[in-house]
Each structure stands twice: as C-alpha cells, then as structure tokens.
Design a protein around this ligand. Structure first.
Ligand code: NDP
Ligand code: HSE
Length: 433
C-alpha cells in the first residue's frame, strides 16, 4: 500500500471541521483522486476540549501551531484560522518549516499575499487558495488554469455569501436586517467580525485576488472603491422590485485601454438575469475572455461543506503536485509584476436614484432640471402619493437612461447641495444583463 500523506489542520471552526469530516468520510474517494490516502495527523485550535463531533483522538488536537509545523511527518497544512494575526505568523511558521499550505483566508492573502507568496517561493513551497474566493466555486482554478489562453476582459460577480443571504432573505421574506445577519452567523457563513461581510471588505478582498489572477496585476484591496449593504433598506428593495429589479452587492472589474476599473457596490440587477437569480449564500461570477467569450459560474460561496470541498481539492492538488506546478508557472502574487493602472469606473450605465425631496410645487422640475444640466436623460420617475403634510420629506425615485457614472456623481452632488432635498440621495448602478 502506498504511504499515506499526513496533513495538519490549523483551525477547527466552520471550515476546519468540515475539512476533517470530508477527509475522513470520503477517504476512499479522496484516496482514488490523490493516488494515496490522506490522513489528518494533527489539528490545532484555541479550545481543544470543545466537542466538535469529529472522530479526532484528543491527543491529536492541541493549541500550539508548532505541533504541526515541527512535525516532520506532516507535509501539507490547511490554515483555516481567519483574520490577520495570528494567521500570518502561523503561515510563516508553516512555510519556514517546509510545509505546503492550503488556505481559505482571503483577508490574509489580500493584505499580506505578496510577502507570503515570496516566502513560499524562497522555501520551494506552494500556497493554494481556491476556497478563499467564492467558496465552493472553482473560480481560482478556472481563471489561473482552465482559461489561461484567454485575456480576461471583465469580471462581474456576487462574492459574499452573507450579504447575498441578507439581501435575498430580506427581499423574499420581508425579514429584518439584524435578524437575518444573526441567522447568517448561526449558519457559519459570516466572518468572525461580520462587519467585514456587510461593509464590503470581504468581497473587495476577493475581487482584488480575482483581478490579480485575471489581469496579472496586484491591486491593493483598499484602493478599490467600496460600498457595503448597510444603506440598503426594504424601501429601496420595494422600489427596485417595482421597476423589475433586485438589489445585489456586485463586484466589477474591467480592463479597457490598458487601465483597470474596479468597484464593489450594491446595484440593481434585472429580474431573470443570473445575478438576480443568485439567492441565499450562493455566489456568482460572470467573466468575459477574449477567446472563450462570456462564462458564468454559480454555486455556494459560503458554508461548511462547500468551502471544505474547495480546501480538500487543494489538498489533493498539493499532494499530487499540481498545486506546485500552478504556483510556479502562474507567478501568482508575484511582486515583480506590473503595478495596476487604475482608471475611474466611467462607463455608460443606467442609474437608479432615490432623492429625498421636500414635497413642494416645482421640486420635480428642479431635480429633473439639474439632471438635464448634467446631460442625464430620465427613463422613468416614481413618486407615490405623499401621506404627510405639504413640504414633508418624500422619496422621489428616478431611473435614468444609460449615462456617464461621473456625470451622475456630479449631478447627485449638485442635487444634495440644493435646498429642495432633505437627505442624501442614494445612487445605484443598474445592470440589465
Ligand atoms: P471560525 O471562526 O469558525 O474558525 C476559526 C478557527 O480558528 C477556530 O477553530 C479557532 O479555534 C481557530 N483559532 C483562532 N485563533 C486561533 C489561535 N490563536 N490558535 C489556534 N487556533 C485558533 O472560522 P471559519 O472556519 O468560518 O473561517 C476560517 C477561514 O476560512 C477564514 O479566513 C474565513 O474567511 C474563511 N472562509 C470561511 C468560509 C465560511 O463559510 N465560513 C467560506 C470561505 C472562506 P476555536 O474553535 O477553538 O475557537
Ligand atoms: N463570510 C464569507 C461570505 C465566507 O459570507 O462570503 C466565504 O468567504
């Protein structure tokens, strides 16, 4: 019988427990794919006494990363601790001690990727990270390997399961934001700090990693304009629905004229299109390659077993040597690569505006006049019968025809500085396909 490969699991939370379960419960199947058995030699967590329902002997679980990094029988480690520290120090310790590493920690890669990948190269080790972007969807392998013949022109996607779960559950069940967020946490979708999910940090970090793979340039995630879902309320969803749209948190990256335009923001997506039909913890990625054309990927982007599926596939790739080849040949997160030339996202798009106006005669013409001054043409307007007194604040909803994003931003600033509004205008892009 071929010698088994011994792996160390660092972190036994939602994802780590799923990885142990999958390695044990699907051992025969995994052995067939890896060419030899893969066994969990040791695991590390904060609280080894906690019952996680795993068939791991107690003497194999500890709190000390050195029990994995210094064990010469372990060749591959799965780093499934979130956040930056101690995850960064753990990754360094594992690489320094000759382990190949598999991780799902996108925050760590987006923040310290170049440093960690350089160390891995220096040590002749590999880092595989399929689970770090879009959970169970094999988008990293698709871009880095399967679509390698293509120049990727654009990527658009839903990259955070928690925020998609919140938006779609609020919309479909009229549920309360705070209640749905708690449910997402209970289901294991959310980050340890769920602010990372709802303020768009997590999706932006994933977008930075995807853009690097697709466009070959390293974009610091903090340079990407980002708006989370905190400002999306049930009122906005109802207006979007009335116009035939849903609201989703959409990541966009596109290349044009040597420049890269990227953003993460809530957008209106047309009912019936794949992004609008992406519900719950599902993620979606739509990309355009110059040879292959448009492709669409859809699957669970968060949750225990979908994420474990990606981690275990990376462990198998590492065991059979595929991860090392990809790591070496793609130059992934190579700091010697060109810096990104970022451009503004000044595409021609339809926009949805919710202006909070004082309900007085002449206000509608003032607002449409300002839009006209900025060259923005209006497709439709909704103003429901106001229930309050004359002069009370009421929402005025406007859908524009396709127009320049920069022009809309200037018009919104102009509207918000005028004396006919009593609140900040909400402006969202509208995606019809
Ligand atoms: P959890 O919070 O559920 O698990 C984290 C694990 O790390 C816990 O087992 C914890 O131990 C352990 N840990 C934390 N600090 C230490 C430490 N100092 N020493 C040893 N162990 C430590 O997180 P998830 O499993 O949800 O996520 C793990 C990673 O995977 C994150 O980077 C996340 O972004 C990413 N990810 C998560 C997905 C999901 O759906 N949950 C999907 C895709 C990626 P203990 O249990 O004892 O507290
Ligand atoms: N918190 C993340 C999400 C986990 O909700 O998408 C998957 O990366």
């Amino acid at each position: 019988m071929t010698q088994p490969v011994r792996v160390g699991i660092v972190g036994l939370g939602t994802v780590g427990s799923g990885v142990v379960r999958l390695l044990m419960e699907s051992a025969d199947h995994i052995t067939r794919h890896a060419g030899r058995p893969i066994v969990v030699e040791r695991a590390v967590c904060r609280d080894p006494a906690r019952d996680r329902g795993l068939r791991l002997p107690a003497d194999r679980v500890s709190t000390d990363i050195r029990d994995v990094s210094r064990d010469p029988s372990i060749t591959v480690a799965a780093l499934l601790v979130g956040g930056l520290e101690p995850a960064r120090s753990m990754m360094i310790d594992l690489l320094e001690h000759g382990k190949d590493v598999v991780t799902a920690n996108k925050a760590l890669l987006a923040e310290h990727g170049p440093e960690l990948f350089e160390l891995a190269r220096k040590k002749g080790r590999s880092i595989a990270f399929e689970a770090a972007v879009a959970g169970g969807i094999p988008i990293v392998a698709a871009i880095a390997e399967c679509l390698a013949a293509n120049r990727i022109e654009s990527i658009r996607g839903i990259l955070n399961g928690t925020s998609n779960f919140i938006l779609s559950t609020m919309e479909e069940e009229g549920a309360d934001y705070a209640d749905v967020l708690k449910l997402a946490q209970a289901k294991g979708f959310a980050e340890a700090d769920p602010a990372m999910d709802v303020d768009g940090t997590d999706a932006t970090q994933k977008l930075a990693i995807l853009a690097h793979l697709a466009f070959g340039v390293w974009v610091p995630w903090g340079d990407i304009p980002r708006t989370g879902i905190e400002g999306v309320d049930s009122d906005l969803m109802a207006y979007a629905g009335e116009l035939g749209y849903r609201i989703r948190l959409v990541a966009v990256a596109s290349r044009s004229g040597g420049k890269l335009a990227m953003r993460l923001a809530p957008a209106l997506v047309k009912v019936g299109t794949p992004l609008a039909e992406t519900r719950g913890a599902y993620n979606a990625v739509s990309l355009v390659g110059d040879a292959v054309g448009r492709m669409f990927f859809h699957g669970l982007g968060a949750g225990q077993m979908p994420t474990a599926s990606a981690v275990v596939a990376d462990i198998i790739d590492t065991v059979v040597g595929r991860a090392a080849i990809t790591f070496r040949t793609t130059g992934v997160l190579d700091t010697d690569g060109p810096a990104a030339r970022m451009g503004g996202m000044d595409t021609l798009e339809k926009h949805f505006l919710r202006v909070c106006v004082n309900d007085l005669p002449g206000v509608l013409s003032r607002i449409t006049g300002i839009l006209g001054e900025h060259g923005i043409s209006i497709a439709s307007v909704i103003q429901h019968d106001p229930s309050g007194a004359s002069g009370a604040a009421v929402p005025l909803v406007i859908m524009t025809h396709a127009c320049s994003t920069a022009a809309v931003e200037r018009a919104v600033a102009h509207i918000d500085a005028s004396d006919v509004v009593s609140g900040k205008t909400v402006c969202l892009s509208v995606l019809d396909e």
